[in-house]
Design a binder for this molecule. Structure first.
Ligand code: AMP
Ligand code: MG
Length: 419
C-alpha cells in the first residue's frame, strides 16, 4: 500500500493507514557514526556486527577438574600429565587414558575431549607421579563439561543485525567478539514546545485560569528514553507569528519537531495555520481515542517530520507511543519495530466505539493459574494524567469492537521501555 500523507484529505484514517503514511514519508534512517563500546547502550546498530573470531576461541573446560582423553577401555584411574590454568595452553598432546588438571575456561589440550569435575575426583600422589581416582565412573559421559570453540558465535557469522537497539546483553555480546566500537545511527535531535496562553511552566505561580505544562516533561522523558537529543523551546503563546517563527527556526537544526496543543479547530489554534505557511500539512483525522486532533506534516527545506500532538496530557502520551515512536525508531534504523502486545481477560466491561481504536489505561496482573487479567485504572478522560501513572499498560480495543464484556479477552500494550 502506498499512501502519501499529503493526499489523504479529510477522511478518517485507520491507525494502519496513518502508520503506512508515516513510513512512506521517512523511510530512511539518519546518518551513522562510530561510537566506543562503553557509550553504546540504547543506540541502534547501523550495520551487522560480524564476528571475526570463534566465541569461545578454544574448546575449553566448563568446570574445574580434569580433562582427559577418552580411554580405549574402562578406566577409573588417570595419571596426570600436567596442569592447565585458565589463560594458558597445554603444549603437549594427551593419548587415550591420559589426563591433566584443568580450571574453568582453560583450553582443552590436544587429544582431550572430556572434563570431570573436581568434586568427583580423589587426587593421589606418590613421589613425582600424580593420579586421580574417579568416583562413580559409570556416570561419566564422553564429551561432558566441554564448551566447544564457536558454540556461542562461530567465526564469520552475524552476531547482531543492523537495526538492533543495544541492551546490556548486546553490549556484552559485542565485547565478547572483541568489538571496541561500533557504527550506530546518530541520535535524532527533536525540538519540542508547548502551546497555549493558559499553559504555565512548573515552578512559576499558577495564574487564575492557568494549567501547568505537563506535556513538555512527559515528552522529554519519552524522547530521552528513546535516545533522542531534546531541544526544549519552552511554551509558546497562542500567537500565529510566534508559533510560525518557532517552527521555522526549529526546522533549521532539528530532525523532528513536536508540539502539543493548538491543533484543533478552536479559535486560538494557530499551529495549523502556521504549518500552512512554513511547511506541508499531512493527515489530521485518525480513528483513535484519545488522540484527536493530531497534525502531521513536514517543515523547512529539509522536509523534516512535524507532529502537532493534541493538548490533553494523556492524548499526548498515547499519540507519541503509537505514532511518534515508530517514526523515531525508523529514523534510528530500527525498521522492524512493533509495540509489544499481550492478550488478557477483561475483569470488567470496557466501553469503546465501533470504528475507532480506544486506548484505555489499564492494570494487568497474572492470576494463580498464569492467566493475564486486566482492568481499567478508573476515570479515563484524556486530561486525567493520573490514569497514566496508575496504569501498567494501555488496553487497545480494536476498531471493529463496540464494547468488551467482562470475561472477554482484549489486547494490551504493556508499559515498558519508555513508560
Ligand atoms: P488544545 O489542544 O490547545 O485545545 O488543548 C486541549 C487541552 O489540553 C486544554 O485543556 C489545554 O489546557 C490542555 N493543555 C494544552 N497544552 C498543555 C500542556 N502543555 N500541559 C497540560 N495541559 C495542556
Ligand atoms: Mg491550546
Amino acid at each position: 500500500m502506498s499512501l502519501s500523507c499529503f493526499e489523504l484529505g479529510e477522511r478518517m484514517l485507520s491507525i494502519e493507514e496513518a502508520l503506512t503514511a508515516l513510513r512512506e514519508l521517512a523511510p530512511q534512517a539518519l546518518e551513522s557514526e562510530i561510537i566506543p563500546l562503553s557509550s553504546l547502550l540504547d543506540r541502534v546498530l547501523a550495520e551487522d556486527a560480524i564476528s571475526s573470531i570463534d566465541v569461545p576461541q578454544n574448546t575449553n573446560a566448563a568446570m574445574d577438574g580434569i580433562a582427559l582423553s577418552w580411554p580405549d577401555s574402562k578406566q577409573t584411574r588417570f595419571v596426570l600429565q600436567g596442569d592447565v590454568l585458565a589463560g594458558n595452553c597445554f603444549e603437549g598432546r594427551l593419548d587415550p587414558g591420559q589426563a591433566v588438571t584443568i580450571t574453568t575456561g582453560a583450553p582443552l589440550p590436544q587429544g582431550a575431549d572430556t572434563v570431570i569435575m573436581s568434586e568427583q575426583l580423589h587426587m593421589q600422589e606418590e613421589g613425582a607421579s600424580r593420579w586421580v581416582e574417579i568416583e562413580q565412573a559409570d556416570r561419566v559421559r564422553r564429551g561432558q563439561n566441554v564448551r566447544r570453540a564457536g558454540e556461542d558465535i562461530p567465526r564469520g557469522t552475524t552476531a547482531l543485525k543492523a537495526g538492533t537497539r543495544l541492551t546490556p546483553q548486546h553490549l556484552g555480546l559485542l565485547a565478547s567478539i572483541g568489538m571496541g566500537e561500533a557504527r550506530v545511527v546518530r541520535c535524532p535531535r527533536v525540538a519540542i514546545f508547548s502551546t497555549g496562553d493558559e499553559v504555565t511552566a512548573p515552578g512559576e505561580v499558577l495564574p487564575p485560569a492557568g494549567i501547568f505544562d505537563s506535556n513538555r516533561f512527559s515528552l522529554r522523558g519519552l524522547l530521552t528514553r528513546l535516545g533522542c537529543e531534546v531541544v526544549d523551546l519552552g511554551i509558546l503563546r497562542d500567537d500565529f507569528a510566534c508559533i510560525r517563527n518557532a517552527l521555522e527556526t526549529a526546522a533549521q537544526t532539528a530532525d523532528m519537531v513536536i508540539t502539543s496543543g493548538g491543533v484543533s479547530v478552536g479559535q486560538a489554534d494557530w499551529t495549523r495555520k502556521a504549518l500552512d505557511e512554513t511547511g506541508r500539512l499531512g493527515f489530521w483525522r485518525i480513528a483513535i481515542r484519545p488522540g484527536r486532533p493530531l497534525a502531521f506534516g513536514t517543515l523547512g527545506e529539509r522536509d523534516i517530520p512535524f507532529f502537532g500532538l493534541p493538548g490533553n496530557p494523556v492524548a499526548v502520551m498515547v499519540t507519541f507511543l503509537q505514532f511518534v515512536q515508530p517514526l523515531l525508531r525508523t529514523l534510528q534504523g530500527e525498521h522492524q519495530w512493533q509495540p509489544r502486545r499481550l492478550t488478557a481477560i477483561a475483569d470488567e466491561p470496557l466501553k469503546s466505539r465501533e470504528g475507532r481504536v480506544d486506548f484505555l489505561r489499564g492494570i494487568y496482573r497474572c492470576d494463580d493459574q498464569g492467566r493475564l487479567h486486566v482492568s481499567m485504572t478508573g476515570r479515563q478522560g484524556s486530561g486525567i494524567l493520573s490514569s497514566m501513572t496508575a496504569a501498567n499498560c494501555l488496553i487497545e480495543i480494536e476498531a471493529p469492537r463496540a464494547e468488551v464484556a467482562q470475561g472477554e479477552t482484549v489486547t494490551l500494550q504493556p508499559f515498558g521501555e519508555l513508560t
